[in-house]
Design a protein around this ligand. Structure first.
Ligand code: AMP
Ligand code: MG
Length: 520
């Protein structure tokens, strides 16, 4: 295993001078050096062949003892110095002060094919930012992060990636439901990969501490290394930087809405400055189209991070980032203008995305109403989002009255389709058929195009749970099966049709399937 090592982050940004791994406030620095924890009996469970290739590694490399040891934190690569990043954040709307990589440790940056990647372990032991927790991760949340980040990538959603999933051989104590029933679970480590793991909170913490010098160093660093097309740092460049972060964040959230992904914890420490989906915790996938749904039990009361609120939270988070960048811009108007653009831009991008989901490629003003009515209908009775849109590609606009039959599989309880509901749907299908008459796309072509934006396979909540249950019992085949299917989410893959199915009833209220806590 040979990497072309880089050290942009650690060589260009101020380090915490204290080397002792004790929990503390770290000021005037962007990171602390820290060594991953040795584990009892590391065992690789899966490696992403796609990510291996992206990093210039081979399958043979991943079978070495060195790979196992490096990506479980048991050995440190020569000429590298692992580090944890310092950041803060707003959690559920409240400023939380310093958070930082409490259970993540960056190993190094590596270059392959002119791209530089940061390699990071999640669950490799405590750091100065671990606060009251142990720095470890358990198998269930590691399986979830590993599978979902790769699935999101193949869905075309901007995301951090995952390279490997391993057991540590250690036991980790967790109170999964925060109800006083703590139990030991298998410890695990995921190695994650991204061009950068910087978050909104990385900038916020420096601004909150009024450390404008380090803030400027970090912003200049970010522009130089990740937004170099914006030019040399200046007030104008800082504004352009914020504008691009806003645009990327918007684009990411439009993708989430398209595929039915609910992040679950959109705290500002979980917002990537590169607009990548980051920190897969109690996320979930919409099964029945309930726009108020959030998988996160910690947020059950206010549902701040529910599906329908994700675009607004994106804006709220960008507002916090604007505040953090303000000391470098010293003028509110240009930042406010960008936030205003987000609102208009989101509506526009969302409409375009929704048009593509229903196969409309020309634009009529009436489309907005048609889409609104569709979204309202989808909420009349429990309707599976993924199955509905995927099957809609087979809609025959010459026979809209047959559509309800066609879409039968999308309804959780066909008996709930009362005459009133049916009549609303039939009305919509007729309007849709009329609208399609105005399109010039042949039905076969429309189907093809719709199938490129409406996935057939997503990582349904119960699918991860089945993979987790099997893995807890030492069977890792389902992890591989799901990983493989989710590499081609838009392809038919007829032999995997069993995963193109509604959530089974047993999963409706099962922990891990319909509800998750932050305990990971
Ligand atoms: P999250 O909500 O997962 O993004 O985590 C919020 C903060 O808590 C971050 O600073 C994490 O690093 C930290 N954290 C979460 N779980 C642990 C853990 N098991 N050990 C140490 N720190 C943790
Ligand atoms: Mg986090």
């Amino acid at each position: 295993m040979k990497f072309n090592l880089k050290d942009r982050f650690t060589s260009q940004l101020p380090a915490d001078p204290i080397l002792e791994n004790s929990r503390r406030q770290v000021s005037n620095a962007c990171f602390s050096y820290v060594t991953p924890k040795q584990t009892a009996n590391p065992q690789l469970l899966h490696v992403s062949d796609d990510m291996l290739q992206t990093l210039g590694l081979t399958k043979k490399d991943s079978a070495t003892k060195e790979f196992l040891n490096v990506f479980t934190g048991n050995s440190v690569m020569v000429d590298t110095k692992p580090y944890a990043m310092c950041y803060g954040g707003h959690q559920f709307g409240n400023w939380a002060g310093q958070l930082g990589d409490g259970r993540a440790i960056n190993l190094a940056e590596v270059e392959h094919n002119n791209k530089i990647w940061a390699l990071q372990l999640k669950g490799a032991g405590e750091t100065p930012y671990s606060r009251t927790a142990d720095g470890l991760a358990v198998l269930r949340s590691s399986v979830r992060e590993y599978l979902c980040s790769e699935a999101m990538y193949h869905l075309g959603v901007p995301t951090t990636r995952a390279l490997s999933l391993a057991l540590t051989g250690d036991q980790v104590l967790r109170d999964m439901l925060y109800n006083g029933n703590a139990a030991y679970e298998k410890g695990a480590v995921v190695s994650r990969v991204a061009p950068s793991f910087l978050r909104f909170g990385s900038f916020q913490l420096l601004a909150a501490r009024e450390d404008t010098a380090t803030l400027k160093t970090l912003v200049d660093y970010t522009i130089k290394n990740h937004f170099s097309h914006l030019g040399d740092p200046s007030k104008e460049t800082y504004i352009a930087f914020f504008k691009e972060v806003a645009e990327r964040t918007l684009e990411m959230i439009v993708h989430w809405q398209r595929v039915g992904f609910v992040h679950g914890v959109m705290n500002t420490d979980n917002m990537s400055i590169l607009g990548l989906t980051i920190d897969y915790g109690p996320y979930g996938w919409l099964e029945d189209y309930d726009v108020d749904w959030t998988p996160n039990t910690t947020d059950a009361e206010n549902r701040r991070y529910r599906y329908s609120n994700q675009p607004n939270v994106g804006l709220w988070n960008l507002f916090q980032l604007a505040n953090a960048l303000f000391p470098l811009v010293n003028e509110a108007a240009p930042l406010e203008a960008i936030l205003d653009d987000y609102k208009l831009g989101y509506d526009k991008a969302s409409l375009k995305m929704m048009r593509s989901k229903i196969g409309l490629y020309t634009e009529f003003d009436s489309d907005f109403k048609l889409i609104q009515e569709l979204e309202a209908n989808l909420q009349l009775v429990e309707t599976d989002m993924t199955i509905f849109y995927r099957t809609l590609a087979n809609f025959n606009n010459k026979a809209p009255e047959e559509a309800l039959k066609l879409l039968e599989d999308a309804y959780y309880n066909p008996d709930a389709l009362t005459n009133a509901v049916k009549s609303k749907w039939n009305k919509w299908f007729t309007a849709y058929a009329n609208r399609l008459e105005l399109e010039h796309t042949a039905p076969e072509k429309r189907k093809q195009q719709m199938n490129l934006v409406n996935p057939k396979y997503v990582l349904r909540n119960y699918m991860s749970q089945l993979a987790i249950d099997a893995a807890e019992n030492g069977d890792y085949t389902l992890i591989n099966e799901l990983y493989t299917i989710l590499k081609q989410p838009y392809n038919e893959q007829q032999n995997h049709n069993k995963w193109f199915a509604k959530r089974p009833e047993w999963a409706r209220h099962k922990v891990g399937c319909s509800m998750l806590s932050c305990s990971s």
